[in-house]
Write a protein that binds this ligand. Sequence first.
Ligand SMILES: C[S@@+](CC[C@H](N)C(=O)[O-])C[C@H]1O[C@@H](n2cnc3c(N)ncnc32)[C@H](O)[C@@H]1O
Length: 280
Amino acid sequence: MTQRAPGSATVAGALRHAATLGIDRLDAQMLLLHGLGRTPHDRAWLLAHNGDALDAAAQSRFDAARHRRLRGEPLAYITGHQEFYGLDLHVDARVLCPRADTETLVDWALGLLPPAARVLDLGTGSGAIALAIKHQRPDVQMHARDFSADALAVARTNAQRLGLDVAFSQGSWLEGLSGPFDVIASNPPYIAADDPHLAGLTHEPLEALASGADGLDDLRAIICQAGERLKPGGWLLLEHGYDQASAVCDMLRRSGFGEVQSRRDLAGIARCSGGHWTGT
Ligand SMILES: C[S@@+](CC[C@H](N)C(=O)[O-])C[C@H]1O[C@@H](n2cnc3c(N)ncnc32)[C@H](O)[C@@H]1O
């Protein structure tokens, strides 16, 4: 059982107590709304009910959630929700929590799609990229793939909840997939196996994060396989690490891609690179 601090039995008291433990105010508000069974959009309710007493069930759900957060679990796993490109996605420990930076890749893909395009999202995880594209462009034929059956279960649930028609398949990158696609987008694992940042990501699935000694194994595999599955002039767009843009652009050029270029994330760092297929 979690020890309850004196004064934490009201909305304001619970938030104050969380702050003394070092929990960020927004995180604490999200955890409390979760404990109260309210949606993340109800922050105004918290302000209006500052002095309300928490019932025992809400207090105990908040205590448990706060404990998980203090152990480093991502907020999204605790609440079960992550917003991505305006969509409310269900997430849990079977998938990587979608990052806002990945919206750069979605923006780029949306800017390239011809009418009724065939689009492939490789390593779909929660379905974030595929669902965002399909939501914005209902005319596209969207295919999403992952190696992990657990991840696909989460992605399929999200597609059903959002009423978005996406074809899912289980498999390793492009193996056994027939194209041709207009755009292939992917946010694959790209962290080097010995990168110290991995130690801080203990709650997310390792197979969604790590990719060989230099972090480039999966990017290399996708770049090697993608050309054959793209229409001539079709685009391959890849998210990668903050220091990988030049290596990824070199691999793209050497593999027959043209107009190779990078896009910057919200922090101004080149975190996506891509090019169009110049072969036939
Ligand atoms: C970095 S996560 C990205 C998840 C999601 N696209 C996103 O942006 O939030 C990488 C995903 O690639 C999947 N993956 C890893 N190896 C794979 C492979 N060989 N073939 C297909 N998917 C793979 C993982 O299961 C994981 O879901």
